[in-house]
Design a binder for this molecule. Sequence first.
Ligand code: FES
Ligand code: FES
Length: 154
Amino acid sequence: MPVFKLNVNNKEYTVETESDMPLLWVLRDLLDLTGTKYGCGVASCGACTVIMDGNAVYACQRTVSTCVNKKIITIEGLSEDGSHPVQKAWQKAGVPQCGYCQPGQMMAAAALLGKNKKPSEELINETMSENLCRCGTYHRIKEAIHMAIEEINK
Ligand code: FES
Ligand code: FES
């Protein structure tokens, strides 16, 4: 089987797998990074969102062969100690209910704020509409994003 070198959370990994294995399964099954969740597998829920070269991407939609020479960040690598403004805001706002969608939500928010420290309401809504929450925590997600924006800009 082919071998791929991946950079995940600033660590180099070598994985041996079929070239069309989705990144989601590489992360979860081969690297044991299970914070990235499987929701739909068809680009409809955002539960599998990770950051790749600064952009939010669906890990279920990227094959391992397209992830070489990219910088991939998962929820486990957002910070070493929970100090990322998005993590702090999520905790302060008590966002999660069941929690299943939340890693994806946080990675989408972190990617947005990584590119734009003061995103417009419209951009926030547009970006976050890619991530579904069956528990309906949308109001608290928005509140947390605004808290994180405040923290980043102070
Ligand atoms: S599991 Fe990837 S978008 Fe739903
Ligand atoms: S917190 Fe349960 S699906 Fe979002």
